[in-house]
Design a protein around this ligand. Structure first.
Ligand SMILES: Nc1nc2c(ncn2[C@@H]2O[C@H](COP(=O)(O)OP(=O)(O)OP(=O)(O)O)[C@@H](O)[C@H]2O)c(=O)[nH]1
Ligand SMILES: [Mg+2]
Length: 462
């Protein structure tokens, strides 16, 4: 892929708002000239040796001091973009940053598009596409596990796995090409059985393993919706507060305390979960509560998992059971709350009312049974997905998954072509199509629109 960008881009790289420092980032051939034009080092320098920090001021074109800054010049190619890069670290005032940025733009830089620095790192070949995508995953990660996966991918975990498979295919291709170049020596040149074995061992099996890991990737990137549902006063808000370890929702002994839904993010063993506390559902509610109840029912239907709460210190009612049945097809866990004041017999008889579902005993008030509950939630969510093994973990995203699945179907066609004895050049076509899919994952053959879509998700300055 040829890199055409000869212009110099600039942007504020730190978030808007007040901060200790703010950074303006410049990349491209004019970076050094811009630095020399705007920056007045306190200790005069003839030149700016690369990768050093300089202290001075940034002055406007009429020589007004805009701020005291630290400046760094990083000469290509050892930079984020592989181009010349300058970073100006000013005080973290948005006004100051803006005035410095407009001077930089006056000196011939143009405002960077979202993700353009990272896009350049990709286009200049410093990183492949999976690593560029990992940068955005890292910025958007909502749990420590999300961060770990993003960092792993940024270091090439996914890239290397794909490269290994690609290399296997390239070797197969080499064998086929020999056979194509010397057709008179006939079919004996290709050992069909051996090639079939290689395709299975070094292509299909590793690709299927990657696809299996995509489920985890989806969970970790997108998270899940967990809804706490139940009759009024069973302790839903208390459970939300217990998860958050703070008094987020009002808790009172009066049924009907929560009128609206309350949503907060928590981490369930590394999976980001939006946990929703709902209005207790009952039939004789007032009109405001009625609206909350409608909303609660809707949330319940949209949930990935419902925690159905019952009050284990009271007796189970038909209203509990009716609500429970209305959960429909959504995954659920039943939690018997207030176990601290419930009689053992009562709890036991309640369990009998919920066959075929996991039932836990908890006290939201005393925070007992919560780690079991989290464990159960995690297992219900992960389902068949293999557990996350820290170092090995790799999490293909939705884009990778689609292309990997194409590659796997390509392998099936390839095996078919081999076993029915198609000509070597037709077999080679199938090998090439699988190779192209893998090239797509790492960005070798990815189309311009796909690239634009990926990088537009970034923020400006990244
Ligand atoms: N003993 C005991 N009391 C609890 C427990 N959990 C909640 N409670 C009490 O039950 C009452 C109702 O708790 P909430 O958390 O407000 O119940 P809710 O389900 O959110 O109620 P609504 O918002 O009205 O639907 C409060 O007095 C809580 O202190 C528990 O585990 N044990
Ligand atoms: Mg409540």
């Amino acid at each position: 892929m040829v890199h055409h960008n000869n212009d110099t881009i600039a942007a504020i790289a730190t978030p808007p708002g007040v901060g200790g420092i703010g950074i303006i980032r410049i990349s491209g051939p004019r970076s050094l000239t811009i630095l020399q034009t705007l920056f007045r080092p306190f200790r005069p320098h003839e030149t700016f040796p690369s990768h050093r920090l300089y202290y001075g001021t940034v002055n406007s074109h009429d020589n007004t001091v805009l701020d005291e800054v630290l400046a760094v010049y990083m000469r290509a190619p050892h930079t984020y973009t592989r181009e010349d890069v300058v970073e100006l670290q000013s005080h973290g005032s948005f006004l100051v940053l803006n005035s410095i940025l407009s001077e930089v733009l006056n000196c011939g830089a143009r405002l960077a598009e979202p993700g353009e620095f990272t896009k350049r790192a990709f286009l200049t070949g410093r990183i492949d596409l999976t690593r560029a995508e990992a940068v955005i995953d890292l910025l958007q990660a909502r749990t420590d596990t999300g961060v770990q996966l993003a960092v792993g991918q940024m270091q090439g975990q996914l890239y290397h796995r794909i490269e290994e498979v690609r290399n296997g295919l390239v070797n197969i291709m080499a064998v086929l090409e020999v056979a194509i170049d010397f057709p008179e020596d006939d079919v004996e040149l290709i050992d069909t059985v051996e090639i079939l074995r290689q395709i299975e061992q070094s292509v299909e099996i590793p690709l299927v393993r990657l696809v299996e890991m995509a489920d985890q990737g989806k969970l970790i990137r997108e998270g899940v919706n967990i809804v706490i549902a139940g009759l009024p006063n069973v302790g839903k808000s208390s459970l939300l507060n217990a998860f958050l370890q703070e008094d987020r929702a009002l808790v009172t002994p009066v049924p009907g305390t929560t009128r609206d839904t309350i949503e907060e993010m928590i981490s369930i063993k590394g999976i980001p979960a939006r946990i929703v506390d709902t209005a207790g559902i009952r039939s004789d509610a007032g009109s405001v509560e009625e609206l909350g109840i409608e909303r609660a029912r809707r949330k319940m239907r949209e949930a990935d998992l419902v925690i159905f709460l019952v009050d284990a210190s009271a007796s189970l009612t038909e209203a509990d059971m009716e609500l429970y049945r209305s959960i429909g097809n959504v995954k659920r866990i039943v939690a018997l709350n207030k176990i601290d004041i419930a009689g053992e017999d009562n709890a036991a008889s309640m369990k009998a009312a919920f066959p075929d579902v996991q039932i836990l005993e908890i006290s939201a008030k005393n925070h007992t049974g919560l780690s079991d509950l989290q464990e159960t939630i995690y297992n219900r969510i992960m389902g068949e997905a293999p557990p996350l093994s820290e170092r090995e973990a790799c999490a293909p995203n939705v884009r990778h998954l689609a292309v990997l699945n194409q590659a796997i179907s390509g392998c099936a066609r390839l095996r078919e072509a081999l076993s029915v004895g198609l000509t070597v050049d037709l077999i080679a076509v199938e090998v090439q199509s699988v190779l192209d899919c893998l090239g797509d994952v790492v960005g070798l053959t990815t189309t311009e629109d796909v690239l634009d879509k990926i990088f537009s998700e970034f923020c400006i300055g990244k």
